[in-house]
Structure formats: C-alpha cells, structure tokens
Ligand binder design. Structure first.
Ligand code: NAD
Length: 264
C-alpha cells in the first residue's frame, strides 16, 4: 500500500471498540505507515483499547476523560515523554445524555447542554491547545462531525448544536494555527452503527434512509472514513485547512427524497 504517513506519529482519542470510527482511522493511518498512540476513557474501555492498540503496534498513553483537564495534561505529558513531538491528532469524542437524543430539542436541559458542548466541542480545543506545543514541524488535527450540524435531523437535538459549534471551532483553530503549519479539519461522516450511534433514536431508520437516498445508494464504513482521514492527516492534503469533508456517500448534496425509493 501507500506510505503517505511514513515517519509520522499521531495520537488517536475516542477508540472504544472495533466498530469505532477511531478504529477505522487508526487502521488506515497505520497502513499508511504512521506510528500511533491511543488514549482510553476509563478501565472498562482500557480492556478493549489495549489489544486493539497492540494489533497496530501502538502505544497506550493512558486514561483520558476530557471533562477532567488533568487527565488531558497527563496523556499529553506521556506523549511528550515517549515521542517529544507529534505530527497529528484524531479526536473522535462526543457525548450526550441518551434521554435527550430523542424527542424535541427544545426540551434539552441546561445541564446536558453544557455537558454535551463541553465533551463534544470544547474538548477538541482543549486537545488542540496541548497538541500545538508538540507539533514543532507543523501538523494535522482532525475531528469528526455529522450533517446534523448543518440541517435539522430527527433526534440529533443538542448534538446537532454541539457539532455546529465544533465545525465553527475547526475554522477558528485553523486560522489560529495556520502560521505554524498546523492544519485543522473535520470529516462529516454519514451514519455508521457504533456504540455512540446506538444512543440516537430511530438510528436504524436513519441508516436505511441514507441507503435509499444517498447518491451512492449505500452508507459508508469506518474503513472508508479511515482512508479519507489518512489523506487529511498526510501531506497529500497540505493545501487543505478549515475544511469539513463529507464522507457520506454524497448524502449532503441531496435536497429531496429519491422518488424511486420504496416507502420505509
Ligand atoms: P464510539 O462510541 O465508538 O466513540 C465515541 C467515543 O467517545 C468513545 O471512545 C468514548 O470513550 C468517547 N468519549 C465520550 N465521552 C468522553 C469523555 N468525557 N472523555 C473522553 N472520551 C469520551 O462512536 P463513534 O460513532 O465512533 O464516535 C466517534 C465520533 O464520530 C463522535 O464525535 C461522533 O459524534 C462522530 N460521528 C459519528 C457518526 C456515526 O454515525 N457513528 C457519524 C458522524 C460523526
């Protein structure tokens, strides 16, 4: 295969299991020659992340819960100790109380709003702050977003608002870090059945709707998201920053239901 990430070192945050988008990205980055480090959130996920990291000859740099800034500092200190520098980071982290990923957005509580925005949006900025100092030869930062940031989607609710803020933060971070040769981008992935997605109401219907209406007439895989991510992490995309790249089988260009699709 290609080796567009040969000699590059990157930190992957948000791996939960082998269905995670972070896993698709890690596999593609490794296949492209990158050396990887991983964080995990809590002991239960540590048991899943360690063997997966090992499969890719990766380093596990420790527990990181983005609501605890000391744990963010600790994993970046470990990256600094092990590698001294960093070429890319991948942020695949989002959270909302499941009870608010169904029904009406208007019913969102202030507590869940604040928590969801902190975990799903601010954490990328918090991570960028730490990564900046380690990206001494420039770098690439990547986060994951969804079309629910741009348009209303049933049940996505507060997460849509958080993703809109995340996409805006990609643009602001890109402007802040550009002069250091650090690029900041997001992938807007189509719906994929992961642990996080299982919290969203009627998710099977959303998958089916995308299959019937996306230009490619299917949904996307974590491997496809991973290969597009490898491009954004690599010098092949060196002229690209502040971008939201849709890896969604083209769904975002569709304005109306496909008239040939069956009713579901
Ligand atoms: P996933 O459940 O595999 O990953 C979500 C990760 O977020 C988990 O590893 C979890 O540990 C982490 N996380 C949650 N709260 C955290 C906290 N406080 N501190 C540290 N980590 C925390 O699900 P996924 O679908 O692979 O999600 C990855 C990213 O992709 C998310 O940002 C999600 O919104 C985004 N995304 C998913 C889809 C989809 O359909 N699955 C589509 C577009 C975007």
């Amino acid at each position: 295969g290609s080796s567009i990430l040969a000699g590059r070192r990157g930190l992957i945050m948000g791996l939960a299991n082998n269905r995670s988008i972070a896993w698709g990205i890690a596999k593609a980055a490794r296949a492209a020659g990158a050396e990887l480090a991983f964080t995990y959130q809590g002991e239960a996920l540590e048991k899943r992340v360690r063997p997966l990291a090992k499969e890719l000859d990766g380093l596990v740099v420790g527990h990181c819960d983005v609501t605890d800034s000391a744990s963010i500092d600790a994993v970046f200190a470990e990256v600094a100790r092990a590698w001294g520098k960093l070429d890319f980071i991948v942020h695949c982290i989002a959270f909302s109380d499941k009870d608010e990923l169904t029904g009406r957005y208007i019913d969102t509580s202030e507590e869940n709003f604040t928590r969801s925005l902190a975990i799903s949006c601010y954490s990328f900025t918090a991570v960028a702050q730490r990564a900046e100092t380690l990206m001494t030869d420039g770098g690439s930062m990547l986060t994951l977003t969804y079309y629910g940031a741009e348009k209303w989607m049933p049940h996505y609710n507060v997460m849509g608002v958080a993703k809109a803020a995340l996409e805006a933060s990609v643009r602001y971070l890109a402007a802040d870090l550009g002069e250091k040769g650090i690029r900041v981008n997001a992938i807007s992935a189509g719906p994929i059945k992961t642990l996080a997605a299982s919290g969203i109401g009627d998710f099977r219907y959303i998958l089916r709707w995308n299959e019937l209406n996306a230009p490619l007439r299917r949904t996307v895989t974590i491997e496809e998201v991973g290969e597009s991510a490898a491009f954004l992490l690599s010098p092949m995309s060196r002229g690209v920053t502040g971008e939201i790249l849709h890896v969604d089988a083209g769904y975002h260009v569709v304005g109306m239901k496909n008239p040939a699709a069956p009713d579901i």
